[in-house]
Design a protein around this ligand. Structure first.
Ligand SMILES: *[C@@H]1O[C@H](CO)[C@@H](O)[C@H](O)[C@H]1NC(C)=O
Ligand SMILES: *[C@@H]1O[C@H](CO)[C@@H](O)[C@H](O)[C@H]1NC(C)=O
Ligand SMILES: *[C@@H]1O[C@H](CO)[C@@H](O)[C@H](O)[C@H]1NC(C)=O
Length: 526
C-alpha cells in the first residue's frame, strides 16, 4: 500500500469506525469449526481496521489441524496472548484428539455436555493461574471482548477491568444459560438441540421441557465449580458474573438465519449473525481442478464429517466406502486413517480439503455432511442437496433443519445404516430434482439480506464500543421476575380466587332465593 493509500485508510477508519482494541476468546480444547469461526470474528474485526488480540492456550499451536487451518493466517496479523496449559495427552485426556473419547460422546447432547465439564474447568483455571497473561490483559486496555459463550474466563476479565462483553453462540438459537437467551415458550421453541420442528407432539413437548431442566442443571454445575475456582484463585467479586452473565454481556451474537432455523421470539440484545464465517472461496488448485475435469458429466460428491470424525471405526468407514464405490460420481472425502476396506477407485481420500472451494463448484452434485453448524450454513449458502449423517451434539438438530425445514436432503441415522441404504439415499437426493430446487429456494432467501452478515457483525461490535456497552438492550425485568410472576401464576391465582368468590356468592344467593320461594309456596298452601 502506498502512502496515500495508507493515509486514506487511516482517515476512512478514524471517520467511519471507532477503531477499537478487541480481545477475542475462542473455546480452546483442540481445533474445530467452532474455534475457527470465533477466530474468524477476530479476522473480520481486524479487516475493519481494529486491533485484535486472541487469547489462546500455548498448546493449540501444536495441534495438527490448527496448523493446517490457521497457521498461514496467523502471521503478522493477530496479536496472540498465550496462557500456559499442560501438554495434551491425546490417548488419555478428554480432548478432541482422543478418538475413543470423542466416540464415547455419541448420544444425548446434555449428557455429553456433563461429561466434558472438566474441559471448561481447565479453560477457566489455566488463564486465571497465569499471572503474566493477566498482567498483559490489565495493561492492554481493551475496548471490547468477544468471547465464545463457554469461556467463563472472559466474564471475569470483563467484570474485573470493566470491559464490554459480547458472547458468541456458535450452535445457533440457543444458549446453555436460559437467563442469557430466554426460551420464551417451550411449547414451540427448542430448549436445546433436540431434532424437533416447531410443531411439537405431546411427547416431544415433554422431552423439550425435560431437556430444559436437565440442561439448566448441568449449567449450574458449570457455574458453581467455575465460581469455586475463581474464588480460590482470588478474583473476588468478579466471580459473581460467571453466573450473572446476563448482567454483564452487552450482546449475544447468534449463529442463526430465518431460512435455516424456525422463527422464535428473541430479545433485542440477541443479534443473528447469519453465517458470517462463510468465505469467498479461492479458485481450485490444479490437483482438484483435474479431478473435476475427469469426473465429467457425473460430477463430484463432497464428503466431510467435520474435524472430529475424520477418523471412523472400521465397520462404518467400510459402509461409507462401499456406498461411495457404487456411485457414478467422483467422491472427495475429507478423511484420515487406515484406507477403508471396499474403497472404490472413484473415491479420493484427503486429510484436508479446500471444502468451500469444492462446494462452490457447479460440478458438485451432493454434499455428504455430519451437519455441523458451519457445514449446514455452507449447504445453505451454496444451495447444495445434502445427505446428513449426524453423530452427536448439535448435528441431529441441524440435519433436521436441512432435511425438514429447507427440505434439501435426507438424514441417514447411524443406527441401522447399511451401504445399500446409504447409497439409495444418495442416489435419490441427486436424481430427484426437488431437493436441488428446495436448496436453491432457501439459498435465495438466505442471500436476500439488507446488510451482508460480516458488516452486520462489525456494525454491532462497533455499536458496543461506541456506547461502551449496551445495557439498554437487555431486559433486566425478564430476568428479575420470579417463577410465579414470570408465568403470571399470581394473576391466574387472583382470577381463580375472584371466580371462586363470585361463584360462591352466586350459589349462596340462588340457594337463598330457592329457599325463599319454597317457603313462600309452603305458606300459600298451608
Ligand atoms: C506463516 O508462518 C509459517 C510458519 O512460520 C510459514 O510456514 C508460512 O509460510 C507463513 N505464511 C505466510 C503467509 O507468511
Ligand atoms: C474402476 O473400477 C471400476 C469398477 O470396479 C472399473 O470398471 C474401472 O475400470 C476402474 N477404473 C480404473 C481407472 O481403474
Ligand atoms: C421427489 O422428492 C419429493 C420430496 O421427497 C417427493 O415428494 C417426490 O415424490 C419425489 N419425486 C420422485 C419423482 O420420486
Amino acid at each position: 500500500m502506498d502512502f496515500t493509500g495508507l493515509l486514506l485508510s487511516v482517515i476512512l477508519c478514524s471517520s467511519l469506525c471507532e477503531c477499537g482494541n478487541i480481545l477475542v476468546v475462542p473455546v480452546d480444547f483442540g481445533y474445530n469449526s467452532r474455534m475457527r469461526n470465533t477466530i474468524n470474528i477476530g479476522r473480520i474485526m481486524m479487516n475493519a481496521g481494529h486491533e485484535v488480540t486472541l487469547l489462546l492456550s500455548d498448546q493449540i499451536e501444536h495441534d495438527a489441524l490448527f496448523k493446517l487451518g490457521e497457521t498461514n493466517n496467523m502471521n503478522k496479523t493477530f496479536n496472540v496472548l498465550h496462557f500456559k496449559k499442560p501438554p495434551v495427552d491425546p490417548s488419555k485426556d478428554i480432548n478432541t484428539l482422543n478418538q475413543d473419547h470423542v466416540v464415547s460422546l455419541i448420544g444425548d447432547a446434555v449428557d455429553a455436555f456433563d461429561t466434558v465439564l472438566p474441559i471448561y474447568f481447565d479453560l477457566i483455571s489455566h488463564p486465571l493461574k497465569d499471572k503474566t497473561v493477566w498482567k498483559k490483559i490489565a495493561s492492554a486496555k481493551f475496548d471490547l471482548i468477544i468471547s465464545d459463550e463457554l469461556m467463563m474466563v472472559s466474564r471475569i476479565i470483563a467484570a474485573t477491568f470493566n470491559i464490554p462483553l459480547i458472547l458468541y453462540e456458535n450452535w445457533g438459537p440457543m444458549s446453555f444459560d436460559a437467563n442469557l437467551v430466554q426460551r420464551f415458550n417451550l411449547a414451540y421453541v427448542s430448549a436445546y438441540v433436540e431434532p424437533y420442528s416447531d410443531i411439537l407432539s405431546f411427547s416431544e413437548r415433554v422431552f423439550n421441557v425435560w431437556d430444559y431442566f436437565k440442561l439448566q442443571n448441568v449449567n449450574r454445575k458449570l457455574f458453581s465449580k467455575s465460581f469455586e475456582i475463581c474464588k480460590e484463585l482470588d478474583y473476588g467479586d468478579a466471580c459473581d458474573y460467571i453466573e450473572n452473565a446476563d448482567k454483564i454481556a452487552s450482546l449475544v451474537f447468534m449463529n442463526r438465519n430465518d431460512a435455516l432455523h424456525y422463527p422464535l421470539p428473541l430479545m433485542p440484545h440477541v443479534i443473528s449473525v447469519e453465517g458470517f464465517f462463510l468465505e469467498n472461496p479461492k479458485p481450485l488448485d490444479r490437483h482438484y481442478a483435474n479431478i473435476i475435469e475427469k469426473a465429467g458429466k457425473h460430477g463430484i460428491i463432497v464428503v466431510s464429517f467435520g474435524s472430529m470424525f475424520r477418523r471412523l471405526w472400521p465397520e462404518l468407514r467400510t459402509t461409507f466406502a462401499k456406498a461411495f464405490a457404487a456411485m457414478p460420481q467422483t467422491v472427495i472425502w475429507s478423511y484420515e486413517g487406515p484406507t477403508p476396506e471396499g474403497l472404490g477407485n472413484n473415491t479420493i481420500l484427503s486429510k484436508w480439503i479446500p471444502q468451500e472451494s469444492l462446494l462452490n463448484q457447479p460440478a458438485t452434485k451432493l454434499f455428504v455432511t455430519h451437519c455441523g453448524a458451519s457445514s449446514s450454513f455452507q449447504a445453505l449458502h451454496y444451495a447444495l442437496p445434502v445427505i446428513g449423517v449426524p453423530f452427536f451434539w448439535d448435528q441431529p438438530f441441524y440435519c433436521q433443519k436441512l432435511s425438514h425445514r429447507v427440505k434439501s436432503g435426507q438424514t441417514v441415522s447411524l443406527e441401522g445404516i447399511t451401504s445399500k441404504k446409504f447409497q439409495r439415499a444418495m442416489k435419490e437426493v441427486i436424481e430427484n430434482k426437488t431437493y436441488k430446487a428446495n436448496a436453491e429456494r432457501a439459498a435465495a432467501i438466505y442471500h436476500d439480506q439488507p446488510i451482508p452478515p460480516k458488516d452486520k457483525l462489525v456494525y454491532w461490535a462497533e455499536y458496543v464500543i461506541r456506547h461502551k456497552g449496551a445495557p439498554h438492550l437487555r431486559s433486566q425485568a425478564a430476568n428479575e421476575l420470579n417463577f410465579f410472576q414470570y408465568y403470571l401464576l399470581d394473576i391466574i391465582a387472583l382470577v381463580c380466587c375472584v371466580c371462586i368468590i363470585i361463584g360462591t356468592v352466586l350459589v349462596i344467593i340462588v340457594k337463598k332465593v330457592i329457599c325463599f320461594i319454597f317457603s313462600n309456596q309452603k305458606v300459600k298452601y298451608d
